[in-house]
Design a protein around this ligand. Structure first.
Ligand code: ADP
Ligand code: MG
Length: 255
C-alpha cells in the first residue's frame, strides 16, 4: 500500500480538487483506493457526497479502528475516511500523544491488505499533524500556484524534508490554476524545470470546470471527462504513477 499526501501550507491552492480527481483516476484504473479527508472543512467528504457519520476525530484519538469509520463512495474501488468539524482539534490531540509522528502510520497499517493506495487530503498549515503526514506518506503532492511566493513556499517544504531527513518521503509539485494569458504564468511555466525533479511536467489550467466539482459534488472526469482540465489531471496521475517510490502494482485487467 502506497500513501500519497496532497499537501500545501496554503489553503485554496487545489489540494481537495486534486485529491478527489487523482482518487477517481486511480480507482477507475482498478486500484483499490482510500481517500483520507484530514481537513476539518470536510471538502472532499462533501464533494463525494458522503455523510461523515459520528465524530470522525475518534479515529485520530485511537478510540475506534479505521474500518468503523470508513465509508463507501458512489464509485467502484473508492472508499473514504471522512472528516467534519470535529477534526479541528487534530493538532491538539497529537500534542498530547506519545510518538505523535507515528500516529497516522499506526492508523493506516491494518488497512494495508485492503487498499493499494491511500490519498490524504491535507488541511493547510505546517503543524504537528503535517509532520505526522510527512512520516506516514511515501510522496507529497504539492499543488503550487504559479506565483513567486508559492514557489518560495515549495522550496521551504523541500528544505524541511532535507533538514529533517524524512528518508522515504518523495516530494512532487505541479503548477495549478495556470492561465496562459498571464505573462508571469508563462514565465514560471518556462522556468519550472529549474526547481529540479520535484517539479512535474504536468500542470492544470485555470478552468471553471474544476470549480463545478463542488457544485455537482462529483470528481471532474465523472461529469466532463474530455474537459482540458480533466485530461490534465489524467496526465498528472500518469506522471505521479511513474514517480511513486517502489511503484504501484498494475491494476487487474478484466478478462
Ligand atoms: N485548476 C483550477 N481552476 C479553477 N479553479 C480551481 C482550480 N483548482 C482549484 N480551483 C478552485 O479553487 C478553490 C480551492 O480549491 P480546493 O481544491 O478546495 O483547494 P484547497 O483544498 O487547497 O483549499 C475551489 O473553489 C476550487 O474549485
Ligand atoms: Mg481542501
Amino acid at each position: 500500500m502506497k500513501v500519497l499526501a496532497v499537501y500545501n501550507i496554503k489553503g485554496g491552492v487545489g489540494k481537495t480538487s486534486t485529491a478527489v480527481n487523482l482518487a477517481w483516476y486511480a480507482s477507475s484504473q482498478g486500484q483499490r483506493v482510500l481517500l483520507w479527508d484530514l481537513d476539518p472543512q470536510g471538502a472532499s467528504t462533501y464533494c463525494l457526497q458522503v455523510k461523515p457519520g459520528k465524530r470522525p476525530d475518534r479515529l485520530l484519538r485511537g478510540k475506534v479502528d479505521a474500518e468503523n469509520i470508513v465509508k463507501p463512495t458512489l464509485y467502484d474501488n473508492l472508499d473514504l475516511l471522512p472528516s467534519d468539524f470535529s477534526m479541528r482539534h487534530a493538532d491538539l490531540l497529537l500534542h498530547g500523544m506519545k510518538k505523535s509522528q507515528q500516529q497516522l502510520q499506526k492508523i493506516l497499517s491494518p488497512l494495508s491488505r485492503d487498499y493499494d493506495l491511500v490519498i490524504m487530503d491535507c488541511p493547510p498549515g505546517f503543524t504537528l499533524l503535517s509532520e505526522a503526514i510527512f512520516h506516514a506518506a511515501d510522496m507529497l503532492i504539492v499543488p503550487t500556484l504559479p506565483s513567486v511566493l508559492s514557489l518560495r513556499m515549495l522550496k521551504q517544504v523541500i528544505d524541511f524534508k532535507k533538514e529533517h531527513s524524512i528518508g522515504k518521503l518523495r516530494i512532487r509539485a505541479f503548477l495549478n490554476m495556470v492561465d496562459r494569458r498571464k505573462k508571469l504564468h508563462l514565465h514560471i511555466l518556462g522556468q519550472r524545470h529549474r526547481i529540479g525533479k520535484q517539479m512535474m511536467q504536468a500542470c492544470i489550467p485555470y478552468a471553471s470546470a474544476v470549480e463545478q466539482m463542488a457544485e455537482l459534488r462529483q470528481p471532474l472526469p465523472e461529469f466532463n471527462r474530455l474537459a482540458p482540465a480533466a485530461m490534465a489531471y489524467g496526465v498528472l496521475w500518469a506522471e505521479i504513477w511513474d514517480a511513486i517510490p517502489g511503484g504501484l502494482k498494475l491494476p487487474c485487467t478484466p478478462e
